[in-house]
Design a protein around this ligand. Structure first.
Ligand code: ADP
Ligand code: ADP
Length: 231
């Protein structure tokens, strides 16, 4: 279970105070699949990185499995994040001079996986996303859809219970987007909790729940159309 309790985030910029998120209360049960929608600048990215333990709120608490994430010291928080949370970004953030396999091995190395096991595990993860025949390609030698799949394999490396995705299909054509959303649905069926920012209304309805932000406030929280249709 992932929760926000009365979370506010303000940024101080050139003596101006910008309220990026205001008094957000949110409860995300394990296995939920949320899409986060709203205009540019409404606070989606801010909410996502605060959920993931990467940005301290100005006030309020974020709870992950009962632990108050920002009351932990920096090291303990980093450990919690690495063991439970996987991130995917719109721009993939792959390391350009490393192969697909090496990119996936980075989090395995950081979490202390035996070096003999790292390459094998990376191959399994890449195989899972259909890239078993691209292990030694570098990002520039892969299509954008393949690059995003490498990022998915890397995100899965430490078997995260929570997946946070900031416009994971924002740079992809409709067919490739469809493939990536299919993987998210599969990860969700495995019991992983997913929060995904998207600008695409059709993609948003593929989640179970749609959360809408406007001017830093949660203005709507509803079941997705497909969930309502299935009920
Ligand atoms: P989106 O999430 O819609 O792709 P961004 O999060 O990149 O867009 O930016 C949304 C708004 O936040 C923009 O108006 C941008 O100028 C502003 N913004 C993002 N990062 C910063 C920053 N580091 N400093 C100031 N403004 C920022
Ligand atoms: P979204 O992801 O919905 O586009 P953001 O969370 O990026 O929204 O931004 C919310 C608000 O916070 C915007 O007004 C943006 O300009 C501001 N903002 C975001 N990041 C920063 C930052 N690092 N410094 C200053 N202002 C920021």
């Amino acid at each position: 279970m992932l929760c926000m309790e009365n979370v506010t985030k303000t940024y101080e910029m050139r003596r101006q105070t910008v309220a990026a998120l205001t008094e957000a209360d949110l409860s995300i049960p394990a296995g939920d699949f949320i899409s986060l929608v709203g205009p540019s600048g409404s606070g989606k990215s801010t909410l996502l990185v605060m959920l993931g333990g990467m940005l301290s709120p100005t006030s309020g608490r974020v709870l992950l499995d009962g632990e108050s994430v920002y009351d932990l010291d920096v090291d303990a928080r980093a450990r919690l994040r690495k063991s439970k949370v996987g991130f995917v970004f719109q721009t993939f953030n792959l390391i350009p001079y490393l192969t697909a396999s090496e990119n996936v091995q980075v989090p395995l190395y950081l979490s202390g996986t035996e070096s003999n096991d790292q390459e094998q595990r990376a191959a399994e993860l890449l195989d899972r996303v259909g890239l078993g025949d691209r292990l030694y390609h570098k990002p520039a030698e892969l299509s954008v859809g393949q690059q995003q799949r490498v990022a998915l394999a890397r995100m899965l490396a430490n078997d995260p219970a929570v997946i946070l995705a900031d416009e994971p299909t924002g740079n992809l054509d409709p067919e490739t987007s469809e493939q990536i959303i299919g993987f998210f649905e599969e990860f969700n069926r495995e019991g992983r909790t997913i929060v995904m920012v998207t600008h695409n209304p059709e993609t948003a309805e593929r989640a179970k729940r749609v959360l809408k932000l406007r001017d830093g406030k949660i203005v709507d929280d509803r079941a997705s159309i497909q969930t309502v249709g299935a009920a």
